[in-house]
Design a protein around this ligand. Structure first.
Ligand SMILES: [Zn+2]
Ligand SMILES: [Zn+2]
Length: 600
């Protein structure tokens, strides 16, 4: 028998059976619209040394004002990908149809929790009117104690402390939208009876509560406080309920408690992270994995894969923005200078008002490399008395620096406290840590807001000298080193008209600009592609790199007279344009013309 005949017989037999099943009028099973009882994992990565547990420490059942059975809370949490929950029914009188044991919901859920592998923390919501409000008491051994009528709130919290329970001050801004702490809360925070605050409860965010967490060094918490079935209130097919991310060695009750007491948590809800910067930084770093990194002095490129369910939004200076969508890869091809800038991660809070701040460069460091130090302050036109603070995101790293532009070594000056500067200098930074590769180097010009002296010259010949080079450049700093000098001469102003090629060239203009009076001058450099402006030896404007027409602005304090000026410009390909504007104190903005430039 041929193979094809065999197939034919098999097919006939199969269709006969299928036919028979289709006409069974006694019993048939429908499957297409059913759902498998399955757990969907939450993608939020672990951090070095700890597992990231997804926890919800506040929910209700039919044993208070919820409408769900206790075991169903466990099932919901398991399906949604949670690791740890606490059922916290109110200590107000229980519904009449249930027996008066306030531990019932815990007892009824425990068996399911053990089977499902969910860590179930015994708890209760200690429920008082305003101003005391509600407090969750976790890890209690007997919830009935807190329901006693003769118990004062002070005694309740003192007992919780003694019992080794973990008390969370719940929804501080509910119901009056005022999250201020009452003397009662302050007293028990100071006595360490209250060990955490809900920064987020369901869809309510209380930003100031993060300040309390920092002040008292306690854990920020985000809880669902769910009363309905979870799917009735949260769009869990698309996102997650409120989660408290707990950084613990494992998911045992003891480890969870140890982590909570140490304050190792981040509150998460609605794509937003609220917590201490060290934990938020690690979540971001572990979420965003960099591959195919090509790091140049002027440009870099890489792929950034976001391995988490959280979309990260980085907002930088001058509307620079990078978005890393959840569970997606984006390709970056950017200027290295852009990676060195400090970005605010929009979907994070490290206190009541501030976002987590970091240069993009911290993503680009290898696992065994120290992260490049960074400076938050603007360094141009600072007052001579202002101090410069430097941060290195790698814990335990030493920051070394030089002021002469040279690359720092482990023997260079050690940064220990914010530095004073009394003159404009180049600050060069590098961080070191034993067993790690040294960080990338950060070079920054410190430009003081002191008047710049002119050169003692009397010039009468207008214009600028230019040198015209040809070559393929990626930066205005490469022109002299990589280009071929084709011609030189005198030009009225910075002007691409002196070029004879249409693409791949560079021009260096130099001479003097005459400042007609003392004061602060604003400059604007417009170029396509890159250009860099130096005045009086200071690199004032950097519009470097291959790009379409864009403008950078900056100001400088000049004394009346002749100031040396240099403009380096290059064209990569396509359009070319170069114009330099200024605002003389008290005058409108205008392009600097031939009459303002001088040569010897
Ligand atoms: Zn409550
Ligand atoms: Zn509640």
């Amino acid at each position: 028998m041929k193979f094809s005949q065999l197939i034919l017989i098999f097919f006939l037999l199969f269709s006969l059976t299928a036919h028979a099943q289709e006409y069974d009028i006694q019993y048939r099973r429908l499957t297409g619209f059913m759902k498998t009882d399955a757990r969907r994992e939450i993608n939020i990565p672990d951090i070095p040394g700890y597992k990231t547990l997804k926890c919800d420490f506040h929910m209700h059942t039919i044993f208070s004002d919820g409408i769900v059975l206790p075991a169903e809370r466990v099932n919901e949490a398991w399906r949604e990908g949670l690791d740890v929950i606490a059922i916290t029914d109110h200590t107000t009188p229980q519904p009449k149809y249930v027996i008066s044991d306030y531990n019932t919901s815990y007892k009824m859920a425990l068996n399911t929790a053990e089977k499902r592998g969910i860590t179930l923390i015994q708890g209760t919501e200690y429920t008082k009117g305003q101003p005391l409000g509600h407090l969750n008491i976790l890890f209690t051994k007997d919830a009935n104690f807190y329901a006693r009528k003769d118990l004062t709130p002070d005694d309740a919290l003192d007992y919780a402390g003694k019992e080794g329970a973990f008390v969370i001050y719940n929804h501080p801004g509910w119901p009056d939208k005022n999250s201020e702490l009452e003397p009662f809360h302050i007293k028990h925070l100071e006595k360490k009876n209250i060990r955490a605050v809900e920064v987020i409860n369901s869809n309510e965010f209380y930003p100031v509560a993060m300040d309390y967490c920092l002040k008292y060094n306690i854990a920020p918490i985000s809880n669902s406080d769910i009363h309905n079935p979870i799917h009735a209130s949260y769009d869990i097919a698309r996102t997650h309920r409120n989660l408290t991310l707990v950084f613990a060695t494992d998911n045992s009750e003891a480890s969870v408690k140890e982590a909570l007491l140490a304050g190792r948590t981040v509150a998460f809800a609605d794509n937003m992270l609220v917590g201490k910067p060290e934990y938020i930084g690690e979540i971001i770093r572990q979420s965003l994995q960099v591959s195919k990194l090509k790091m140049g002095d002027y440009e870099f490129s890489c792929n950034v894969t976001n391995q988490s369910d959280i979309t990260f939004i980085f907002n930088g200076p001058d509307s620079r923005q990078f978005i890393f969508p959840a569970n997606s890869t984006v390709q970056l091809s950017e200027l290295t200078a852009d990676a060195e800038m400090v970005y605010k991660v929009d979907n994070t809070y490290v206190n009541s008002v501030d976002h987590f701040e970091i240069p993009l460069m911290f993503l680009l460091a290898a696992k065994d490399e120290v992260i490049m130090p960074f400076i938050r302050q603007n360094l141009t036109l600072i007052d001579p008395s202002s101090r410069i603070g430097i941060t290195c995101p790698t814990p335990g790293a030493q920051i070394r620096y030089t002021l002469d532009g040279s690359d720092p070594t482990e023997a260079s000056m050690l940064y220990t406290a914010p530095i004073d500067f009394n003159k404009s200098v180049y600050l060069t930074l590098k961080a070191f840590k034993p067993g790690y590769i040294a960080s990338k180097t950060l070079r920054r010009q410190i430009l003081l807001n002191t008047p710049h002296e002119p050169e003692p010259l009397k010039l009468t010949k207008n214009g600028l000298q230019y040198q015209y080079y040809e070559g393929a450049f990626h930066s205005a700093t490469e022109i002299k080193a990589k280009g071929k000098l084709v011609s030189e001469g005198i030009s009225g102003k910075p002007d691409v008209g002196v070029a004879t090629a249409t693409d791949f060239f560079g021009i260096v203009f130099s001479g003097y600009v005459y400042a007609p009076l003392n004061g602060e001058y604003q400059f604007a450099l417009e170029s396509d592609d890159g250009a860099v402006l130096k005045i009086s030896g200071v690199e004032l404007l950097n519009n470097d790199g291959s790009h379409s027409l864009s403008t950078v602005r900056g100001s400088m304090n000049l004394k009346k007279g002749f100031h040396p000026i240099e403009i380096r410009y290059f064209d990569d390909y396509e359009e070319q344009e170069l114009r330099l504007f200024w605002t003389v104190p008290g005058k409108p903005i205008m392009e600097i013309g031939k009459e303002n430039f001088f040569i010897k």
